[in-house]
Write a protein of this length. Structure first.
Length: 434
């Protein structure tokens, strides 16, 4: 009998994307027809991999579940399965509130999902992974969980303690991805800089990066989700010295006020933060810094917000995201209440992003006339859409190249001269085929 079609809908961060990809590979191995984020009428079975990180993410997850539950009532789908972070944290409440869902599974119950769908799989393995991203880039999740105790964050409550994957297994998985056409590898975890401490007794992210540089088919290796506290100095040297490691780092500082950072339990203060940024830029002058900040934390006064604004002006991040504080049950900060009004949070977030928008425009204007190695992600209307090594997919700047200029190949690299620039987009022409 022909197996039914499954549509996996993934919400939230790139770590969820990897979980869905592991799951999908096993389901394909069990002869299901599979798609990612397809329309309702493309599958009989829907699996929603939810996010439960902050209020907005939870709301999106619930709205998505309700939309597919309504589709099930109408007979448009046959089975609805919910898994991931929201399901892990609120399974009982969700079961009571949305009875049209056939089954709920937590973040570590992927094998149970497969068994629920009548597969004979006995274990999960990267060898069966099916990537959902364009074939030329993929995420490599190097660890699960988190040992940090940030006061506002529910991730340790949801995902548990930090568990590193063995280095040899990661190198094997990266090698398999490269053999399948992946040219850009993006390292992710809840805290990538903690990698190795739990299983090797020391941080070994630098060793992992060095190992990945020996995989010849990988042209770019990109580092995400690093943590500023006790940042391993050797890592800066590795990023500096190995050409295939992108001169790019994603490091969420969250705030700059020492008082707020202390309440957040971030383990770093204002002076140490500035010193770390100075170290990055001294050692790797061309490095692109991506960060995230939180506004509206319970004890963030106007004075501390002014510090945050000055921080953004002085550091001039290449990429910046701003989140509004969301109180999460069970976290230490939850007991502080939520005294900053939503309107104030929104105003502060907008103000920071207005400052950043101008900075981004100025940084991009300085790129006009320069040439950058660019990877082509897709073709869209009259443009090829690419990225430089200073930009991660989906979240950062893009390079738009007129499609009539060249017949380019998706997943290939080209030298692109920048001719125009906006706040978040660059416009260029190919001046040399690599």
């Amino acid at each position: 009998m022909k197996k039914k079609r499954i549509n996996i809908v993934t919400l939230g961060c790139s770590k969820n994307i990897v979980d869905s990809e592991y799951l999908s590979g096993h389901l394909l191995n069990a002869n299901y027809t599979l798609s990612f984020d397809s329309p309702l009428d493309n599958a009989e079975i829907i699996i929603i991999n939810t996010c439960g990180f902050i209020g907005d993410a939870k709301e999106e997850s619930i709205d998505t579940i309700l939309r597919f539950a309504e589709a099930k009532k109408k007979g448009e789908i046959e089975k609805l399965i919910v898994c991931g972070c929201l399901s892990q944290r609120y399974k009982e409440e969700l079961q009571n509130e949305i009875p049209d869902v056939d089954a709920f599974f937590g973040v570590h119950e992927w094998l149970d999902i497969i068994k629920y769908l009548d597969s004979n799989a006995s274990s999960l393995t990267y060898k069966k992974r099916k990537i959902s991203t364009p074939s030329h880039y993929a995420y490599l999740k190097i660890a699960e969980g988190c040992n940090r105790s940030c006061s506002y964050c529910a991730i340790p409550l949801i995902r548990g303690e930090h568990i590193s994957k063995p280095l040899e297994e990661l190198l094997a998985e990266a090698g398999q991805l490269a053999d399948n056409g992946v040219k850009e590898l993006l390292l992710i975890a809840q805290d990538t800089t903690f990698y190795g401490l739990d299983i090797y007794g020391k941080r070994r992210l630098g060793d992992l990066l060095k190992g990945l540089t020996t995989i010849k088919k990988l042209e770019w290796i990109r580092l995400h989700y690093t943590f500023p506290t006790n940042f391993p100095v050797d890592l800066i040297e590795v990023i500096r010295d190995y050409p295939t490691i992108c001169k790019y780092i994603d490091i969420p500082f969250q705030h700059i006020s020492t008082n707020v950072l202390k309440s957040m339990k971030r383990g770093i203060d204002k002076q140490q933060t500035y010193e770390l940024i100075q170290k990055f830029r001294e050692e790797i002058p061309a490095i692109a810094l991506r960060s995230t900040l939180i506004v509206g934390y319970p004890n963030e006064t106007e004075k501390e917000f002014e510090e945050l604004k000055e921080f953004v002006r002085q550091v001039r991040f290449d990429r910046l995201g701003v989140f509004q504080y969301s109180p999460e049950e069970g976290t230490p900060a939850f007991t502080l209440g939520d005294p900053v009004p939503d309107e104030t949070k929104q105003f502060r977030a907008d103000e920071l992003m207005n400052i950043q928008q101008q900075i981004s425009w100025e940084i991009n204007q300085a790129k006009i006339g320069k040439t950058f190695k660019t990877i082509i992600d897709r073709k869209e209307n009259e443009f090829w859409i690419g990225r430089t090594e200073f930009d991660s997919p989906e979240i950062d700047n893009e390079v738009l190249i007129p499609s009539h200029q060249n017949d380019l190949k998706i997943g290939s690299f080209y030298h692109t001269e920048i001719q125009q620039a906006e706040e978040y987009d660059l416009y260029g022409v190919i001046n040399n085929l690599l």
